[in-house]
Write a protein of this length. Sequence first.
Length: 271
Amino acid sequence: MTVVGILTVAALCHAAWNLLMKKSGQHGPQFVWLCSVIGAPVSLGLLVWSGLQGELARSWPAGLVSMVLHTVYAVVLQWAYGSGAFSVVYSVSRGMTPVLVTLAAIPWIGAPSLRVWCGVAAVLGGVLVMDRVAPGRGSGRGLAVAACSCAYTLWDSYAIASLGVSVLPYLAVASVGQVLVLSLVVKPRRGSLKNWRQALPIAVLTPASYGLVLVAMSLSPVTTVAVGRTLNVVMGNILGILAFREKLTLATLTGLTAVVAGILLVSIGTR
């Protein structure tokens, strides 16, 4: 499967769990804890397997850093969905992430090529056309989510590409660590598991989507992956139209076309 194909599947998973998060009506760290708890048995199994394979020692320090960044991201995301419109928060957060990643990565990998800049500009322009970003609808909260996403994208890319950590133990350490940290923070009480039906699909789709992204990071530069992940914007808008009955306007179609063009501009021809 090509990088574009991997990112397409990841985008579908990511848009789906974000939609489910918004529809759940749960807007506190306790729901993040519940999603983590549901996935804990699998993470613990991977942790044991990685230890037996001798891959854990190299992965756990970087995995703990990833855990902190992803936990902050999850809590900020829920806060954003608490009052922001789904289409605005989701599209702004996903569309702005590659812009921030591209700018932040310049000191380490140098200025990107003209093709990358054009791709980023097309993606950003498409997002702005689709959502006509306006104060009060969640654009500021979407930017906060984008900043968190930029931070974990850069760190995870560094861990995979430069530190050479293995994807599975890396994910397992981050997931188990998140359960332990949130258990101390939220202090779960009786009834904390009552929303498990809402949390179950999110707990499955979240690691699946980002596991695929980590695989893509091992095959392509971080800027390419970051821009490619804006396929999430396309998937998110389609799911938003189906779930919230949002209108498919000319502005939406124009924006989606610009996003796809930007993705292809950056992704085609990369290894």
